[in-house]
Ligand binder design. Structure first.
Ligand code: NAP
Ligand code: ZN
Length: 352
């Protein structure tokens, strides 16, 4: 075991602050990584503030962070896939059983015995897992991803969660050229959804509550932008979408979007608001529309997404911050004031 520097929250109302945590020494199949950048996901905020207490209660101290890129500093004797100095990534998953039907289909995100990167029982050290707001992390090689070397590292970090969480449902629902696709909420996830839908050739429409984001949405690849508060603009798109990706982090009227789906259209929730969203049965019945959810993606698909980003030169639009600005960043995220992902420069932890 060794000590690592980190930022943690000690309660749902505490500010994140500097802390020392214990990491395991790499086992023979482990990779030790120096964390260079860690993206700031809205899930980090939900979790540190215990906003998902019903389904995933937070254990304190909580070290969030599951959009990790870094450099390999040590490998176990059985690690063949990575060597010292390689640029690698770690997302939301750090373990799964490898034998269940989900794992056999490369869908580790549905494995009943998977381990999330933070706030999950740590089978090596006891207690819970600690995430990427840290100077180093140790992860089994199966859950380590390769980062294409042409990508900007600060912008690549958010691909590990925001990237795969939007790429996976767009692929699953067969978003291609000729399809009309909506993306609701231009935050960290939403802006990646726009980049991917555009790169996949779909006619892409962004729904935002923020007039200040309209120009950016077009620059990011949207063909049209709708201010969701404008009932007239919303009506013009009635019953016309093949697919809508809902990436909103807070309470909102999902029925307004269900009504924009065409026959057999699907709306997939990736946003995970604290409270349940009411869904009128008739909106789904009329038009045989469907409502789904989707969590992150499997490891193979995450690598596929990273390689796709390498080929198309896609990264997140980031605002780089030192870890000391993390509490301010959370406050801005609550106000939807993020363009479009914070990425923490982990060298800032050295001064703690
Ligand atoms: P984010 O960067 O804070 O973006 C959320 C966006 O939602 C905001 O930028 C805003 O976009 C919109 N929004 C916020 N409040 C709203 C409101 N009251 N009404 C309507 N729109 C509102 O968050 P994120 O990191 O992208 O995460 C989004 C959600 O996905 C979170 O709940 C997060 O926990 C969840 N998530 C799920 C998964 C998964 O596996 N399914 C993975 C990661 C994250 P506009 O300004 O454009 O309106
Ligand atoms: Zn996330």
């Amino acid at each position: 075991m060794y000590n690592a520097k980190a930022y943690s929250a000690t309660s749902a109302t505490a500010r994140l602050a500097s802390a020392i945590i214990v990491r395991r020494d790499p086992t023979e199949t482990d990779v030790q990584i120096e964390v260079l950048f860690c993206g700031v996901c809205h899930s980090d905020l939900h979790q540190t503030r215990n906003e998902w207490s019903g389904i995933m209660p937070t254990v304190y101290p909580c070290v969030p962070g599951h959009e990790i890129v870094g450099r390999v500093t040590k490998v176990g004797s059985a690690v063949a896939k990575y060597k010292l100095g390689d640029l690698v990534g770690v997302g939301c998953l750090v373990d799964s059983d490898g034998t269940c039907p989900a794992c056999k289909r490369d869908l580790e995100q549905f494995c009943p015995n998977s381990t999330l990167t933070y706030n999950f029982p740590d089978k090596h050290l006891g207690g819970v897992t600690y995430g990427g707001y840290s100077d180093s992390i140790v992860v089994d090689q199966r859950f380590v991803l390769r980062i294409p070397t042409n990508l900007n590292l600060a912008g690549a970090a958010p691909l590990l969660c925001a990237g795969i969480t939007t790429y996976s449902p767009l692929r699953h629902w067969d978003v291609t050229k000729g399809k009309k696709v909506g993306v609701v909420g231009l935050g960290g996830l939403g802006h990646m959804g726009v980049k991917f839908a555009h790169a996949l050739g779909a006619h892409t429409v962004v729904f935002t509550t923020s007039p200040s984001k309209i120009e950016d949405a077009l620059r990011l690849g949207a063909d049209e932008v709708v201010l969701s508060s404008d009932a007239n603009q919303m009506r013009q798109h009635a019953a016309s979408f093949d697919f809508i990706l809902d990436a909103v982090a807070a309470d909102h009227d999902i029925n307004a979007y269900i009504n924009l789906l065409t026959i057999d259209g699907n709306i997939t929730l990736v946003g995970a608001p604290e409270k349940p969203l009411p869904v009128p049965a008739f909106s789904l019945i009329m038009g045989r529309r469907s409502l789904s959810g989707s969590p992150i993606g499997g490891i193979a698909e995450t690598q596929e997404m990273l390689d796709f980003c390498g080929q198309h030169n896609i990264t997140a639009d980031v605002e780089i911050i030192p870890i000391q600005k993390i509490n301010e960043a959370y406050e801005r995220m609550v106000k939807s004031d993020v363009k479009y992902r914070f990425s923490i420069d982990m060298t800032s932890l050295k001064s703690e």
